[in-house]
Write a protein that binds this ligand. Structure first.
Ligand SMILES: [Zn+2]
Length: 118
């Protein structure tokens, strides 16, 4: 049996073999939540990360709406390759960072598509 836990300070969610403990990030006490609450919180946390990355990309690279579909796909495949490399290296933190970049890039491509580009 695994328990779903949420940090009472930072809101990070964890699974744990026991229904008590402290957050691995900020050392505050964990409170037990339901599996459904854990699913929702995890999804919201991922979407927030992706949107933050999407804004970072705009600040870093500026307007990219001139890019063609082929250029976008080439950039996306490069990011997927970096995620695969991190996975092969067993670097789970870097893998997660690369996957956030992949998701943010896919959103940028769809934004371009919906604006009648790409
Ligand atoms: Zn915490």
């Amino acid at each position: 049996m695994m328990y779903y836990m949420r940090c009472s300070r930072c809101g990070d969610t964890w699974t744990s073999p026991v229904s008590f403990g402290t957050c691995m990030e900020c050392d505050f006490s964990l409170v037990q939540i339901t599996a459904k609450e854990a699913d929702t919180l995890t999804q919201e946390s991922v979407v927030k990360q992706v949107l933050a990355e999407r804004k970072r990309q705009d600040q870093l690279f500026g307007s990219q709406w001139h890019r063609t579909r082929a250029e976008w796909l080439s950039i996306l495949m490069e990011e997927v390759g970096e995620a695969a490399q991190a996975s092969n290296d067993g670097d789970t933190k870097h893998f997660a960072e690369e996957m956030v970049q992949v998701a943010a890039l896919a959103i940028a491509i769809l934004e371009g598509h919906n604006r009648g580009r790409a």
